[in-house]
Design a protein around this ligand. Structure first.
Ligand code: BES
Ligand code: ZN
Length: 612
């Protein structure tokens, strides 16, 4: 008996399910899904089989062919990271059906009431399963070492529609005897309900399971891309404009990394509470509406999520301890796409923003340097608590270092071969290193591979990018210390990313009067670009400039993206002698928390509890 993943109860001696069929009945009035999942094992199994669950109630476990119940037990202890273990006793069965219900606090699900939506008429619900939240939607072997194909039948109110990270099969009236015990036929077939069916034919890790249900509309933006969002013309039109260049990026991706294997590349723009910038759900990327800024800069986030179609979704980290294989490779691939469509300068700017982020993470983890390693030990660790730029930016730096060593043409060939070799597999750091050594003989004599993957901090052969705009912006930021603000002519062509880099390179705290002077001139607190606005507000808070607290409050109440919540709440509560700020942070959180996704609620809670 040995667990195969520190974040899952899946046992090495148990077979991994390869296919599941889901029936989900959505009860919006109770923020609950009544569901059943039919798991198929590759071979009959005899004895106990463990599954991950979190805040699920289990009604029964059944042999589908005979309708006979199977013994099961749900652990009475709840592991704060992993949740509860469901143990099913099988007697040479290869298929079994679990009937369950979610709870309103299921960590993957955000239920929005009608007033919390744009149109205010209908409710909305969506998932965020990465890293270990799929288990709060249905019982499963919630480890990325497992890959499953699935079918899903969603029973929803007729006024709503459903989308999934899967192929849509049909929308039709419910029929009796198809609910697979998720609920009784009278509820399933009640007046005003419809069924939407989906199928995912390619094996995916459970964290890529995703759906959204609400009043959803769409626009065509390319031959294999539609953009979906809450059905509001202004939102859909703006999104369609912002993402018009998507097909060009897919083509660049195919040239660099090989065929696009997922057929469609649709985009779903979520409500402002979506906790991430983007989530690479296959066939249907989920995006925050904050990337729609009207200046095509949302393309960077799309490039990133698109890049996951090869790195992450085709080749998947075996466990979260090897998360850099997903995010480091994807950050590298994203920047190659950006370089191809937006030019070298823009890519260098992105590398520079990333470099700054990496340097800052070293400061954040100075007392827990083990989290600055690429290969981490996450026994007992909640991945949401240690989420950082390290796997992204140190992973990027590692791959960029290899590229510099062997030259771009050889590295491009290596990447293509890596993807073709491991596609639809889950791998770990050692498998990557072995493949590297095999295909680039002698690389271990040129690059200290162990230092890069198992060492802490930033290796000496990492590199800050060089480019004219990058260097210019960093030196302007350095001059701010001496009281010089950039002139209008120097910032005339700056877009959001230039300001972001500038603000991030300023000292952590400056004179309050300097903050106000900078804002008086460039109106940064009112920027429509949240990257700029939040970087500015963070500086204002750390500089003790209270003039902006109403803007801080407004921001914390209108978006739920953790990239913005984390730095603002942290700046408010970190440090001593900030009683007024702490009271303010607590009040704002208590008023805003219902609008945040459960994952974001947990992250803000842990920031506040560390400092209050
Ligand atoms: N897969 C991540 C988001 C994620 C990571 C969700 C860990 C849950 C746990 C996604 O691809 C991502 O990295 N998003 C970034 C986009 C950015 C790097 C362009 C984000 O949300 O900021
Ligand atoms: Zn990513």
């Amino acid at each position: 008996m040995a667990p195969i993943d520190p974040h899952s109860c899946t046992d090495s001696t148990h077979p991994l399910a390869t296919h599941i069929s889901l029936c989900l009945y959505f009860d919006f009035s109770a923020s609950t899904i009544h569901g059943s999942v039919l798991l198929s094992l590759p071979n009959p199994h005899h004895g106990p089989l463990s599954l991950d669950t979190r805040s699920l109630s289990i009604t029964s476990v059944i042999v589908p062919e005979t309708n006979t119940p199977l013994p099961f037990s749900l652990s009475t202890t709840v592991d704060p990271v992993k949740g509860q273990i469901l143990t099913v006793s099988l007697s040479n069965h290869s298929k079994f059906l679990i009937v369950f219900s979610t709870s309103p606090s299921s960590s993957a699900l955000q239920w929005l009431s009608p007033p919390q939506t744009f149109n205010k008429s209908f409710p909305f619900v969506y998932t965020q399963c990465q890293s270990i939240h799929a288990r709060s939607v249905f019982p499963c072997q919630d480890t990325p070492a497992a890959r499953i194909c699935y079918t899903a039948r969603l029973n929803i109110p007729r006024q709503l529609s459903a989308v999934m990270a899967a192929r849509h099969v049909e929308r039709r009236p419910p029929v009796p005897c198809e609910a697979a015990m998720s609920c009784d036929d009278s509820s399933w077939c009640a007046e005003g309900r419809v069924v939407e069916e989906f199928v995912m034919e390619q094996p995916v890790p459970p964290y890529l399971f995703a759906f959204a249900v609400g009043e959803i509309g769409c626009r065509e933006v390319g031959p294999r891309t539609r953009v979906y969002a809450e059905s509001v013309n202004a939102v859909l039109d703006a999104a369609a404009r912002e993402f018009a260049g998507t097909e060009d990026m897919i083509r660049v991706g195919e040239r660099l990394f090989g065929p696009y294997e997922w057929e469609r590349f649709d985009l779903l723009v979520l409500p402002p509470s979506f906790p991430y910038g983007g989530m690479e759900n296959p066939r249907m990327v989920f995006l925050t509406p904050t990337v729609i800024k009207g200046d095509a800069s949302g393309a960077q986030v799309v490039a990133h999520e698109l890049a996951h179609s090869w790195t992450g979704n085709l080749i998947t980290n075996m466990t979260n301890e090897h998360f850099w294989l997903n995010e480091g490779f994807t950050t590298y691939a994203e920047r190659r796409i950006v370089e191809a469509v937006q030019g070298e300068d823009r890519a260098a700017l992105n590398i520079g923003i990333g470099w700054r982020g990496l340097v800052e993470e070293m400061e954040r983890f100075k007392d827990n340097m083990e989290f600055t390693m690429l290969k981490t030990n996450q026994e007992g660790v909640d991945p949401d608590d240690v989420y950082s730029q390290v796997p992204y930016e140190k992973g990027f730096q590692f791959l960029w270092r290899i590229e510099r060593q062997i030259g771009r043409p050889a590295f491009d060939e290596f990447l293509k071969k890596y993807i073709a070799t491991f596609k639809f597999q889950s791998i770990d750091t050692d498998m990557f290193l072995n493949f590297l050594k095999m295909n680039v003989p002698g690389i271990e004599n040129e690059i200290d591979l162990k230092l890069w993957t198992e060492g802490t901090g930033i290796p000496p052969d990492a590199k800050e990018p060089v480019s004219n705009i990058y260097t210019k912006i960093v030196s302007l930021a350095n001059e701010f210390k001496f009281g010089r603000m950039p002139r209008e002519d120097e910032v005339a062509d700056w877009q959001g990313q230039e300001w972001e880099l500038y603000l991030e390179n300023l000292p952590k705290s400056v004179e309050a009067s300097q903050v106000s002077a900078l804002d008086a001139r460039y109106r940064l607190a009112e920027s429509k670009d949240y990257e700029v606005k939040v970087a500015f507000l963070q500086l204002a808070i750390s500089s003790g400039c209270r003039d902006y607290y109403s803007e801080v409050e407004k921001t914390l109440k209108e978006v739920g993206r953790m990239k913005y919540l984390r730095p603002l709440y942290t700046a408010l509560v970190q440090g001593s002698g900030k009683e007024e700020e702490k009271i303010f942070a607590k009040r704002v959180f208590s008023e805003a928390r219902n609008c945040y996704h459960p994952i974001a609620q947990g992250v803000v809670e842990s920031i506040l509890s560390k400092h209050l």
